[in-house]
Design a protein around this ligand. Structure first.
Ligand code: UDP
Ligand code: MG
Length: 160
């Protein structure tokens, strides 16, 4: 799976609060209109084992049990997005963890108020993105295809 240049990939999870509040389409729309390419998309239920692995960096925190319970409370939508410097681009479009303090215009800033209920997950580094895409998608669930609008999303020198 290619992860370099225009083929950099990242993992987004649309969390249970967004599924319950009917925000799945709105969130996907924001990534599409940003110019990002959807190369993987599926709805799934998360189990405690995958969540402990995915959230290893917070698994020992006192709030972890409530994060786990929340993340298992409804299905989530997993997205693999592709683009130039997509990991950083998605983090910017997402907004900071504490939604009520996230900048207006960001997904969390516009659509959420909570800390735990912050509507999406996005990988924070290229290295973590590679591991997270592999955690949630099988190789044949990531689709390689040409997107016509790329002619108007990137200039020639960026589109290599
Ligand atoms: N979280 C929380 N309370 C905290 C910190 C984190 O409920 O004080 C939850 C929140 O849903 C967050 C997730 O744990 O999205 C993972 O935390 P991380 O620091 O990785 O934040 P993110 O990368 O999602 O902004
Ligand atoms: Mg994180």
């Amino acid at each position: 799976m290619k992860f370099d240049g225009i083929h950099e990939k990242t993992l987004v999870l649309i969390k249970p609060d967004a599924v319950q509040r009917g925000l799945v389409g709105e969130i996907i729309k924001r990534f599409e209109t940003k110019g990002l390419k959807v190369v993987g998309l599926k709805m799934m239920r998360l189990g405690d084992a995958v969540l402990r692995e995915h959230y290893a960096h917070i698994a020992s925190k006192p709030f972890y049990p409530s994060v786990e319970k929340f993340m298992m409370s409804s299905p989530v939508v997993a997205l693999c997005l592709e683009g130039l410097e997509v990991v950083d681009a998605v983090r910017l479009v997402m907004g900071i963890t504490k939604s009520r303090a996230a900048v207006a215009g960001s997904i969390r800033g516009d659509l959420a108020m909570g800390y735990g209920c912050n509507v999406i997950h996005g990988s924070d580094t290229v290295e973590n993105a590679q591991a997270e895409v592999a955690r949630f998608f099988k190789p044949d669930e990531i689709l390689d295809y040409d997107k016509g609008e790329y002619l108007h999303v990137y200039s020639d020198d960026e589109r290599v």
